[in-house]
Structures are given as structure tokens and as C-alpha cells.
Design a protein around this ligand. Structure first.
Ligand SMILES: Nc1ncnc2c1ncn2[C@@H]1O[C@H](COP(=O)(O)OP(=O)(O)OP(=O)(O)O)[C@@H](O)[C@H]1O
Length: 634
């Protein structure tokens, strides 16, 4: 399905409302008096919170071209980028608004703009081409683009980004060496360029790359910007060859702007304030030294301390560089332009178009399921281990309980013991399911927030592509081996009901694992949280302790025990209507079931299946809710 790709060069501006907005030419982005506040807990266990402004009344204009946001670490460059791109939690936005081509945008902008995250988030088992095709298939409208159109688009992005040599190389995972860091970054950029966006955001695109690779990435961005696109990026400390590619520079310090204007005018601005850039110094290093206070202003009538001290109201703790910037002609000009834009806003048309997904639900489901299956096939260790474990335990159980006789006491003891053992294996054999959402959490958050697919499509794709091949098929293998080795009821119906019970036990255990997996962000937490209910359910399974003798306050827990339902169903299926003999005694299976207070009627059997199905559905629904609740904001 992934290969069923991509696209022509036609613009999609005339598409329906679900097509990404702000297509060529690049828009002008303006932001007005952005104040962004976060809440920090005072101590790990403290109930008190402290509020901190990480962006303080920040305003600016970014036109088509290369727009850099620079500043020392912690200065707020990523926060500013994220607020503009609609990636930061809107709850923290205390004032201000972002406009794209004079249209107020909300956080929905993230669904239609291109955002390249700092740590490349790609599917490691897919090749560069497959990743690009995945993006193209999901983010280009089905109505507008045919498969061959999309394929053309993928090829042209590969060509444009210089990815031809590694197009069919896998990205790489922890266990698989893949493309280089620079190629990965190019691929991440390509994932966004595939929609031919006119507005591109990048968070520190050169981080982790060597100087040459960083340079070539920035040249690539410059080429994109030369085509009229608006490229906005945060960057920490670029070398000179990179710096000189910037058209516009926004310098941040402690959440405030200390300079915003043409990049090549910044040195003159700071020299005017009394700072001197050494002849061979890199301007980017010079600006960071100025903001860090490493370089002091020279004594002159123009210098900053004099300007600040002569200014009327310099409040304590105010950043003198930010104060000076607000007094500069750059800021005055900016303010005038922003006022002009605000005055020209028509309140009736200030909200951007409603933004939706480019492809329908069924198509997203198909593509994400296809990718999941491809990922499983290319990374089959877990599936092989699961299969091997099932066969191994199947044979082991078969050998331990080999051809159980019909004579007492073995007949009953071994049968009930085997059932409990089988259920334990079925439940604990699914522990690996807790990794499902944890391992792909970052990828899911990025793709879902970028408008690749709906949460429901992703969730169902996991259910279909993981639950069925990984959790039902191996169960049949595991179930069949010991059934015949143990010599249980030689009836087709009994074998079928036994397999159904084992599958239901497996599915409900996996669903619980899915719920835990969707609720936490780390393997360690997931393992702790899944072990707890499994062990409790085992204790309340009815085999290890007599449930009738328990404290009434605790015995209700038996109603939530997968073990109890699985064990009861297996026991009814096998023991009902069977006769077991000793030299002198004759015991029927029905007598044993009655003694254990297990309802052996037809409904008695099926109510266990219904209960297991209930646990499965409740857990799956809650897992979906948890996926929807995952914090997608940065
Ligand atoms: N969601 C958040 N919760 C708590 N603190 C936050 C949050 N977002 C940002 N901050 C804080 O705001 C400040 C600015 O962060 P930001 O990531 O924007 O800085 P930066 O300039 O991009 O730094 P770096 O170059 O190190 O990435 C930092 O002190 C950071 O800890």
C-alpha cells in the first residue's frame, strides 16, 4: 500500500477545505505581543506552583525568506517557534495572536503547516522512499493526486534533497544501521516538503550534524526560501557560512527579543550600542557573547548603559538589551506595521479556514496498518520470539500433562492444574504487548499532530495489525499442541471451544496491556503497571485461594479476573459430562464443577466468554481514550 504513492506539481490551493492551507507563495507571518506562561511545581511533592513567563510580549514579522530565531540556550527560541507554529499548549498563551497573511491562526496551524522536529522522527524499518511515500499518501488529497502523481512528487523530493543514493536504504533503528545523520535530517525535511508547503518551520535543523552537513542542510533551506517560501527556524550557534544565508534575524534573550531585523544589519545595530565585533569573529558567536554578557559595551557616548540610564523608567531586573531594542527605530517600525495590520483586520474573516485531514479515515487505516505490518515483518524478532515461546510452552505443557488418565486423583488434579497453567501462559505470554504504544509514542504524537492521520485510524491499525497476527494466530498453535498431547476430550466442538477460550483470554490480556501501554510514556512504568493487575487477577483466579473464604471486601475482585473466567470456561468445556473412576469411587465432572460452584449450564460457559469480551472492549475503549488524551503539546 505504501508503494501506491504520489504526485504532480500542481498547486492544491483550490482543493476542498481539508487540503493543507497556505500554499505558494510564502506567507508573511506576524505575531503580536505574545506572552506565554508556564506553571512549575515548586518541589517534587509540593502542591504549590510557580508561574513563569517564558515569552514576554514578543512581537515580530517574518516574510518569505530565511528567518532565523537565535539566542543562548533557554532563551525561548524553540518556545517562540512552537507558539508561532501552533505546537505549544494554547493554555499557556496569556496574550497575543499569530497571523498568517493577515489571518488569525489558532493551534490548528499545526495540521497544515510543515514542521521539522529537532530529533528526526521517522519509521526506522522503512526506507527513505517509503517514509516519503507514507507522508505523500496521507497528506496529499486523494481527489487531487493520483498514485503516479504522488510517485512523481516523491521522486522530485528525493532529487531535490540529494537523497538519490540512499533512497532505498532503511532509515535505521537501534539494531539496524541505516542512513547517516544528514540524510536522516534531509528525509525529515522531505517528509514536510512533500506537500509543497509555503510555510516551513524547523526546530534547530543543524543540531547533531557536523559542520559540512549542517551547511548543506542550510543551503538546501536557502534554496527552498529562494523559491518564495517562508522558512522559519530556531538555531543555536551557526558558523559564519550558515549565518550569512539568513535574511531575517530574531535574537532572543530570557524570553524577550533583543533584536529583530535584517540579519546583515544586526552587527551595525549592536555596534551602535557600543559593542565591538572583532574583525575575524563570527557574527553569530558575537551576538551570543553580547547576550551572555561575555562582551561588554565600549565606553562611548552612544553606549548601552548610558542609553539605559538615561531612559526614564528602567525597572529592576529588566533586560537592558531588550529595553534598548524596544527603543530602537527597528521596533518603532515594527510596531507601526503591526498596528497597520491589526487595524486592517476584518473581525468577520479573521479565523483561518477549518482545517481537516487530507485523506479519509479508511485510507488512513489501510496505510497505517500496512506500515505496521511491514514494520513487524522487517523487525520480526519479537514475533519470532513470541511464536517460539508459544511452541516451546505448548510442548512443555503437553509433556508435563502427557495423556492425562481418566482415573482419580490424576484425572481431576492434572486437568485443573493444566488449565490454570495454560491460562497463566496465555496471560503472561502477552507481556510484550505493553511496548506497543510506548515504543511509537513520539512517532504517533508527531504524525498525529502534523495531520497525517486520526487517532482512531492509528489505534485501529494497531488492533488489526498487531492483535490478529501476533496474538490470535500463535494462540491456535499454542493451544493445539498440548490439547492433543494431554489427551483432552477428542471432540471437534470441545477443541473449538477450547481454542475460543484461549483466544479470548489472550485478547483480554493484550487489551489490558494496550491500556497500560497507551497510558504511560516509559517501558519501566508500563512493566510495573501491567505486572500488578496480572498478579492480582491470578490470585483471584479461583485456583490459588478459595474465593468464598475471602474477606467480602476483597472477593469482588474475582469479577475482574481474566484467570477466573478463562479457567472456569476451560474446566466446564472439558469436565462436563465426563466420568472419572477410582477403584471404588466414581466421580463425574459435573460433581466436581458443582463442588467448585462453577455454573456448568450452557450460559455458565458463555458468560465467561462474555465477561472476557467485556474486559477486552472496556480496556480497548479506555486505551483509545488514553491515546486521545496524550499530551501533544510541547
Ligand atoms: N512546557 C514547558 N514546561 C516547563 N518549562 C518550559 C516549557 N517550555 C519551555 N520551558 C522553559 O522555557 C525556557 C525556554 O525554553 P526553550 O526550549 O524555548 O529555550 P531554547 O532557547 O530553545 O533553548 P535550547 O537552545 O536549549 O533548546 C526554558 O527555561 C525551558 O525550561
Amino acid at each position: 500500500m505504501l508503494d501506491e504513492v504520489v504526485v504532480n506539481e500542481q498547486s492544491s490551493t483550490d482543493a476542498d477545505e481539508s487540503v493543507p492551507c497556505f500554499q505558494t507563495p510564502g506567507p508573511t507571518v506576524t505575531f503580536h505581543q505574545i506572552r506565554y506562561r508556564i506553571k512549575e511545581r515548586l518541589g517534587m511533592f509540593s502542591c504549590q506552583w510557580r508561574e513563569k513567563d517564558i515569552l514576554k510580549d514578543v512581537s515580530g514579522i517574518m516574510n518569505p525568506g530565511m528567518n532565523a530565531i537565535m539566542g543562548p540556550t533557554g532563551s525561548g527560541k524553540t518556545s517562540l517557534l512552537d507558539v508561532i507554529a501552533g505546537r505549544k499548549d494554547p493554555k499557556g498563551l496569556k496574550s497575543g495572536q499569530v497571523l498568517v497573511d493577515n489571518t488569525i491562526v489558532t493551534s490548528d496551524l499545526r495540521l497544515c503547516s510543515a514542521y521539522v522536529v529537532q530529533n528526526d522522527i521517522l519509521m526506522g524499518t522503512l526506507t527513505v522512499r517509503e517514509n516519503l511515500a507514507f507522508s505523500a499518501n496521507l497528506r496529499l488529497s486523494l481527489k487531487e493526486y493520483s498514485s503516479s502523481d504522488k510517485e512523481m512528487r516523491v521522486n522530485s523530493v528525493i532529487q531535490e534533497l540529494g537523497l538519490k543514493d540512499c533512497a532505498d536504504t532503511k532509515i535505521g533503528t537501534m539494531f539496524l544501521r541505516g542512513v547517516s545523520g544528514g540524510e536522516k535530517k534531509r528525509c525529515s525535511i522531505g517528509m514536510e516538503l512533500i506537500t509543497s508547503p509555503s510555510l516551513l518551520f524547523l526546530d534547530e535543523p543543524t543540531t547533531g550534524l557536523d559542520a559540512n552537513t549542517a551547511n548543506s542542510i542550510m543551503e538546501l533551506l536557502q534554496n527552498i526560501s529562494k523559491k518564495g517560501k517562508t522558512v522559519i527556524f530556531s538555531i543555536h550557534q551557526p558558523r559564519y557560512s550558515i549565518f550569512r544565508q539568513f535574511d531575517h534575524l530574531t535574537l532572543m534573550n530570557k524570553g524577550e527579543i533583543i533584536y529583530a531585523g535584517a540579519a546583515d544589519k544586526a552587527i551595525i545595530y549592536f555596534e551602535d550600542l557600543g559593542y565591538k565585533c572583532e574583525p575575524f569573529n563570527n557574527p553569530a558567536d558575537f551576538f551570543l557573547d553580547v547576550t551572555n554578557g561575555t562582551i561588554r559595551p565600549h565606553k562611548s557616548s552612544n553606549n548601552i548603559s548610558e542609553k539605559c540610564s538615561s531612559s526614564e523608567e528602567m525597572v529592576d531586573n529588566e533586560n537592558p538589551l531588550a529595553v534598548m531594542y524596544r527603543k530602537s527605530p527597528y521596533f518603532t517600525k515594527l510596531k507601526d506595521r503591526l498596528t497597520e495590520i491589526s487595524d486592517g483586520l476584518d473581525p468577520e474573516v479573521t479565523k483561518g479556514d477549518k482545517i481537516g485531514y487530507a485523506t479519509p479515515f479508511y485510507y488512513q487505516l489501510l496505510l497505517v496498518s500496512g506500515r505496521t505490518i511491514r514494520n513487524i515483518l522487517r523487525n520480526p524478532q519479537t514475533s519470532y520470539a513470541q511464536l517460539f515461546l508459544n511452541i516451546f510452552f505448548g510442548i512443555l505443557v503437553g509433556l508435563i500433562y502427557y495423556q492425562i488418565p481418566h482415573t482419580l486423583p490424576e484425572a481431576l488434579q492434572n486437568r485443573t492444574g493444566a488449565f490454570f497453567f495454560l491460562v497463566i501462559n496465555m496471560v503472561f505470554g502477552n507481556l510484550s504487548a505493553v511496548e506497543l504504544f510506548v515504543s511509537e509514542r513520539e512517532l504517533f504524537i508527531h504524525e498525529n499532530s502534523s495531520g497525517f492521520y486520526r487517532t482512531s485510524a492509528y489505534f485501529l491499525s494497531k488492533v488489526f495489525a498487531d492483535l490478529i497476527p501476533n496474538r490470535i494466530l500463535p494462540v491456535f498453535i499454542f493451544s493445539a499442541i498440548p490439547y492433543f498431547m494431554m489427551g483432552l476430550k477428542p471432540e471437534v466442538e470441545a477443541f473449538f471451544l477450547y481454542c475460543v477460550t484461549m483466544s479470548m483470554v489472550s485478547l483480554s490480556a493484550v487489551s489490558l496491556a494496550f491500556l497500560v501501554s497507551a497510558s504511560v510514556g516509559s517501558f519501566a512504568m508500563a512493566n510495573i503497571l501491567i505486572a500488578l493487575p496480572y498478579v492480582f487477577m491470578m490470585v483471584f483466579g479461583g485456583f490459588l485461594v478459595n474465593l468464598n473464604s475471602m474477606l467480602s471486601g476483597l472477593s469482588w475482585l474475582k469479577w475482574a479476573s481474566i484467570f477466573r473466567y478463562g479457567y472456569n470456561a476451560l474446566a466446564i468445556n472439558e469436565l462436563k459430562d465426563q466420568v472419572f473412576t477410582d477403584n471404588l469411587t466414581r466421580v463425574t465432572g459435573d460433581m466436581y464443577l458443582d463442588h467448585q460452584e462453577i455454573d456448568r449450564s450452557a450460559w455458565g460457559f458463555w458468560e465467561n466468554q462474555v465477561a472476557l469480551a467485556g474486559i477486552m472492549f472496556v480496556c480497548l475503549i479506555l486505551a483509545y481514550v488514553q491515546l486521545c488524551r496524550i499530551n501533544r503539546w510541547k
